[in-house]
Design a protein around this ligand. Structure first.
Ligand code: FAD
Length: 297
């Protein structure tokens, strides 16, 4: 064991979910260890505009301020990757070169986006190249938009984007040709449709277009990509936790507790929606539940 100490809670991941939980638990004077490997999706959000009281704030600022705030309430924060969790008398959390013991665990390790292999994707990620309608759809309002993906969900997304944000849309699907009914609907809505593979995003400060394998360049100001995401869940593989019907996301109760008592999962890894403000709320609820168990054991 790294230490003989038994923590009240170990939190995996310093995104909004984990940090909000840490702040609550720290303010209950609990012994809390937060382990984070750095990076994460919130860190990629350059301009968050939907967080109450924050007209515009970067994800980095949310995380850095959150870490400072948690430290003020004596939360111990360690840099490192958690690679395993086992439940015996206590939870044994393996990270770095040791194991830590805890009465409860909050998992808030988030997800990572499936980004298409296109030159300059990382340069424009969060700055014209978007992956989440709820986060950044608004920023496409009135703009020349490319919707990118390869499923019927992407077609639905293009049709919905037209309703909500902009009439100037080109839909690019890698290989899928949608059924006839969809093609008619796209035509009626004035959405241009192309089947091809993008190879490069063009632009200096801002996106100016997207170059396709065929050599064609589609001019655009913004791109909405729709290739889904994967969960940062490798370290949970030994616990046999209940997942949804697709075997993808983790099933939790109304306090965000998983099928294993004492282990909570907040943020996009559970079956709820994927938003920074929601992950933070879920972290608060999980922390309240951990405190409630002290009051009503
Ligand atoms: C480009 C972009 C823009 C976005 N814009 C918005 C927006 O405007 N508004 C909004 O509400 N939401 C936005 N989001 C979504 C938001 O970032 C997520 O909903 C949010 O990340 C969820 O918070 P989280 O705490 O679950 O995870 P994250 O922020 O992803 O944090 C997870 C943390 O866990 C760490 N971690 C992962 N695995 C391990 C491990 N094994 N051991 C230790 N640490 C680990 C990661 O390194 C990371 O630090 C955006 C996302 C992206 C990608």
């Amino acid at each position: 064991m790294k230490e003989d100490k038994v923590y009240d809670c170990i939190i995996v991941g310093a995104g909004p979910g984990g940090l909000q939980a840490a702040i609550y638990l720290g303010r209950y004077n609990m012994q809390v260890l937060l382990i984070d490997r750095g990076g994460g999706r919130t860190m990629h959000a350059r301009r968050i505009e939907n967080f109450l009281t924050q007209k515009s704030i970067s994800g980095r600022e949310i995380i850095e301020t959150g870490i400072e705030q948690a430290r003020e309430f004596h939360v111990q924060i360690e840099k490192g990757a958690v690679y395993g969790i086992v439940k015996k008398e206590f939870f044994e959390v393996s990270a770095g070169d040791g194991k830590y013991l805890s009465r409860s665990v909050i998992v808030s390790s988030g997800a990572y986006d499936n980004l298409p292999p296109i030159e300059n994707v990382h340069k424009f990620l969060g700055a014209g190249f978007y992956t989440c309608v709820d986060c950044d759809g608004y920023k496409t309002t009135g703009k020349k938009l490319v919707v990118l993906g390869n499923s019927l969900k992407t077609v639905h997304l293009a049709l919905a984007m037209r309703e909500m944000y902009t009439k100037d849309i080109t839909l690019i699907l890698y290989s899928l040709v949608p059924p006839e009914g969809y093609l008619e609907e796209l035509k009626e809505d004035g959405i241009r449709f192309i089947t091809d593979r993008p190879v490069r995003i063009i632009g200096g400060e801002r996106i100016e277009g997207i170059e396709l394998r065929s050599g064609e360049t589609v001019g655009c100001d913004v791109i909405m990509s729709n290739f889904g995401f994967k969960l940062n869940d490798e370290f949970l593989s030994g616990l046999n936790l209940k997942r949804d019907a697709e075997g993808f996301k983790f099933v939790v109760n109304h306090n965000y507790e998983s099928s294993l008592s004492g282990l909570y999962i907040v943020g996009p890894m559970n079956t709820g929606p994927d938003q920074a403000v929601i992950a933070a709320g879920e972290g608060a609820v999980a922390a309240l539940d951990i405190k409630k168990r002290l009051l009503n054991p």
